[in-house]
Design a protein around this ligand. Structure first.
Ligand code: 5AD
Length: 350
């Protein structure tokens, strides 16, 4: 292997950080051999902290109604081909019940940004979930809100919050989002969430339009500095009714390479093998786990809405991607030497 590449990987594995230019070099000059070595180190540190366990989260897609118009996203406001829905609190509680019976101890409530889930409704819902499922964690993924709102939701029992930063480069951010959205505001939200005491997840798409290795290097540096508890990354996948419908998708190869790097930057991070990874490759989840990921998030949404939460084309929601088929997931993880566990799966502080 190229000597410089080899020494960068050694440095990352021991120091858990690189300079910005070094991250960029590593990405630009990556080889199959480098990916293999990185994955070995990543799986090594992951096993030291989490053994061979894989945490599961029940993903409840509460609504595809969104006031935003992000250029990559299939549930963007101006997509008139998207059949809109929202779940009521009763429907969400029903999903939690089924999830609980299936062994889930974390529920992720994810949805577009809309006025339906205002603070009072959500606080009531969180209180209800926590009253029945006191041994479960609740993760929210409902986009940008005020600090006061985040505080209220945390006080009502929300444990974790996922808000991908999408890209750590402000100019690139501007090319993916409408002008009403700003990188600064996104980062403000992430810092507020952390300050309040949530376990916080950031993340980005791999291979999004206009993305360069320099942008990805910035994403890695951002993760190094922000120190998220969770980090969601997956390949960009075009959705035909969006302005990026004709762009090409990100790759499994680069996503897995970055998963290994992120594991080495943040050894204890909760790192999902995402649905997008499972969508572009039928073995994608396994490849993610074998690169250092330790979380999977099967779909726990009602069957009637699953095909409506179409962030991108061909999004999988059946088979091992569905919470009802958790047994299949258990088998598949076992076949690569990993064990699905039924616990909250909080971050291990080291
Ligand atoms: N391809 C891949 N991921 C997408 N997301 C939204 N649209 C797409 C797409 N076309 C991701 C975003 C968002 C998360 C909920 O889904 O990163 O934060």
């Amino acid at each position: 292997m190229n000597k410089q590449l080899f020494s960068l990987i050694e440095k990352l594995a021991t120091e858990h950080r690189l300079a910005l230019a070094e991250y960029e070099f590593l990405i630009e000059n990556r080889t199959v051999e480098a990916a293999k070595l990185l994955a070995e180190y990543a799986v090594g540190v992951r096993k030291k902290i989490y053994g061979n366990t894989v945490f599961i989260r029940g993903l409840i897609e509460v609504s595809n109604i969104c006031k935003n118009d992000c250029l990559y996203c299939g549930i963007r406001r101006s997509n008139s081909n998207c059949q809109r829905y929202y779940l009521t609190s009763e429907e969400i509680l029903e999903r939690c019940q089924e999830g609980y019976e299936l062994g889930f101890r974390t529920f992720v409530l994810q949805g577009g940004e809309n006025g339906y889930y205002e603070d009072d409704l959500l606080c009531e819902l969180l209180t209800a979930i926590k009253a029945v499922y006191s041994d479960c964690a609740v993760t929210l993924s409902l986009g940008e809100r005020s600090k006061e709102s985040y505080q209220k939701l945390h006080d009502a029992g929300a444990d974790r919050y996922l808000l991908r930063h999408e890209t750590a480069d402000a100019v690139h951010y501007g090319k993916l989002h409408p002008k009403e959205l700003s990188f600064e505001e996104r980062i403000r939200c992430l810092h507020d969430l952390k300050e309040i005491g949530y376990q916080v997840g950031c993340g980005f798409m791999v291979g999004s339009p206009y993305q360069t290795s320099a942008h990805l290097a910035k994403d890695l540096e951002f993760i190094e500095k922000f120190k998220p508890d969770m980090c969601g990354i997956g390949p960009f996948i075009p959705q035909k009714d969006t302005p990026f419908g004709q762009e090409s998708a990100g790759t499994v190869e680069l996503t897995c390479f970055l998963l290994s790097i992120i594991r080495l930057i943040r050894p204890n991070v909760l790192l999902p093998a995402t649905t997008a990874l499972g969508t572009i490759d039928s073995f994608g989840r396994e490849k993610g786990i074998l690169s250092g990921a330790n979380v999977v998030m099967p779909n726990l949404s009602p069957a009637s809405v699953r095909r409506k939460y179409l962030l991108y084309d061909n999004k999988v929601s059946d088979g091992a991607e569905s919470a009802q088929c958790v047994e299949e997931l258990v088998r598949r993880m076992k076949s690569i030497g990993y064990e699905i566990v039924s616990s909250r799966g909080d971050i291990k502080r080291i």
